[in-house]
Write a protein that binds this ligand. Structure first.
Ligand SMILES: C[S@@+](CC[C@H](N)C(=O)[O-])C[C@H]1O[C@@H](n2cnc3c(N)ncnc32)[C@H](O)[C@@H]1O
Length: 214
């Protein structure tokens, strides 16, 4: 199934005060976590949260998502999922590092945000091959791309094709693997928002073979 890029404008809107308060606390906790557990040890690096918020808001305002079910793949501190909950998405996060799952639950709870975080891999069980293949093609070192036997999706009670919007901040070299997973498992019409190392975002939709053709 082909993916098509969707142009959208984030307009640099002002952040509402509840979002500013939430992000201030999130950055404080992320800073403390990173000092204790550097990026090279944890595999966690935060995305640009204000940019992510503005992107999610633009998606909502332009009614681009086919529904309101959201999943953050590799949710880290769970900030994108929490921001999605603030924008009324049914928000979920899947994170492989237990300490980060606990921290994201605490942060969302402290702000009364209804987000479901689970510990596990966003790669469905036995399906690491899609990811491995992409890494091999890119000649990349993809240390996070493991699937787990105890499926995170089973814990959530949702399958990948039931989400309308995914967000991921992949490590350099893992972008293709994330794209392959989305192309393979997401429903037609679903969206993939990615943040990248150059601090910009990209939005793609999965479309049917005919709509993606020339
Ligand atoms: C670059 S960080 C981004 C964190 C967060 N999404 C953000 O935007 O701030 C990537 C995160 O993905 C997690 N991760 C990597 N591979 C994973 C996998 N297979 N399943 C679940 N989480 C994974 C890492 O532990 C890390 O927290």
């Amino acid at each position: 199934m082909p993916l098509v890029d969707i142009e959208f404008s984030t307009n640099g809107c002002d952040l509402p005060s509840d979002v500013r308060d939430f992000l201030r606390e999130a950055y404080l906790r992320v800073g403390q976590f990173v000092r204790k557990s550097p990026i090279r040890v944890s595999g966690f690096a935060p995305s640009g949260f204000a940019t992510v918020y503005r992107s999610l808001r633009a998606i909502v305002e332009a009614k681009l998502a086919p529904g309101n079910s959201f999943c953050e793949w590799g949710s880290g501190f769970g900030v994108a999922a929490s921001l999605a909950a603030m924008l009324k998405f049914r928000a979920h996060g899947i994170e492989i590092e237990k300490g980060l799952v606990d921290a994201s639950k605490q942060l969302a709870d402290d702000f009364g945000l209804p987000v479901e975080f689970v510990h596990g891999s966003f790669i469905p069980p036995g399906r690491g091959a899609h990811a491995d293949e992409a890494c091999a093609k890119n000649n990349a070192e993809c240390f996070g791309l493991v699937s787990d036997a105890d499926s995170a999706y089973r814990k959530l009670g949702l399958e990948p094709h039931e989400f309308d919007l995914f967000f991921a901040y992949p490590w350099p070299g893992e972008e293709q693997a994330i794209e392959n997973l989305f192309a393979h498992y997401a429903a037609e019409g679903a969206l993939l928002l990615t943040y990248n190392q150059y601090h910009s975002v990209r939005l793609r939709r999965k479309v049917g073979e005919r709509s993606g053709g020339p």
